[in-house]
Design a protein around this ligand. Structure first.
Ligand SMILES: Nc1nc2c(c(=O)[nH]1)N[C@H]1C(S)=C(S)[C@@H](COP(=O)(O)O)O[C@H]1N2
Ligand SMILES: [Mo]
Length: 194
């Protein structure tokens, strides 16, 4: 019998469950040998820019998150357990300007992805540090990746380095290349061709 918590109701249309953890990205994996050069910058429509060093970010209080993730290439991975930092924890340090309505996530090598500020501020969105008990591998976004589980997984920027607040929506890397500006897996917002 179907039950509200059965996998059926957790897998969006057009998706297939995988037990693996595929690696997908554009460009090369960054390997760090000196974390003293790493930082996470918060800029754009903020009263004052905020910068976390690696040591500062690693000392932030962490929480456990459980979720399902849905990649636009049609795999879904259920029951992920993460350790990470809540968006709220980071935002305690940030004073937003009232015009801030959208967010651009900036990753290594200039890779970007955009989302509305409400989606960034959702309590289910977080900065991921560990997946299923293990520190993120370089391929999966070490040291910090965004995790935005309610949108297709391309919004979950690996190798996060910057958070930019904007007044208007702007396309990130894949969004400029035809992916949907929002990317709701339950509405199959995969591509946005004119
Ligand atoms: N920095 C960066 N983050 C990225 C990408 C990328 O190319 N660069 N690809 C996105 C895409 S398309 C997907 S499906 C997921 C894949 O994450 P995974 O390799 O951990 O499964 O990362 C997302 N985050
Ligand atoms: Mo993807």
């Amino acid at each position: 019998m179907a039950h509200p918590t059965s996998a059926d109701n957790r897998v969006p249309p057009g998706q297939t469950v995988t037990t693996g953890f595929p690696v997908l990205h554009h460009g090369s994996v960054p390997y760090y040998n000196d974390m003293s050069k790493w930082d996470l910058r918060i800029f754009g429509l903020v009263e004052e820019e905020v910068r976390f060093t690696y040591d500062e970010f690693m000392k932030l209080p962490r929480a456990e998150f459980r979720n399902d993730i849905h990649c636009v290439t049609t795999w879904s991975k259920l029951d992920n357990i993460w350790e990470g930092v809540a968006v709220e924890t980071v935002m305690q340090r940030v004073k937003l300007k009232p015009e801030a309505k959208f967010v651009m996530l900036h990753a290594e090598h200039g890779w970007t992805t955009n989302l509305p500020i409400e989606d960034f501020l959702r309590p289910t969105t977080f900065f991921g540090l560990k997946h299923n008990g293990e520190i993120l591998t370089p391929e999966h976004g070490y040291p910090v990746r965004m995790v935005v589980p309610h949108l297709y997984f391309w919004k979950s920027a690996k190798w996060l380095r910057g958070i930019e607040f904007m007044d208007k929506d702007k396309p990130g890397f894949w969004e400029r290349n035809g992916y949907h500006m929002y990317g709701d897996p339950w509405k199959e917002q995969r591509f946005d061709f004119d």
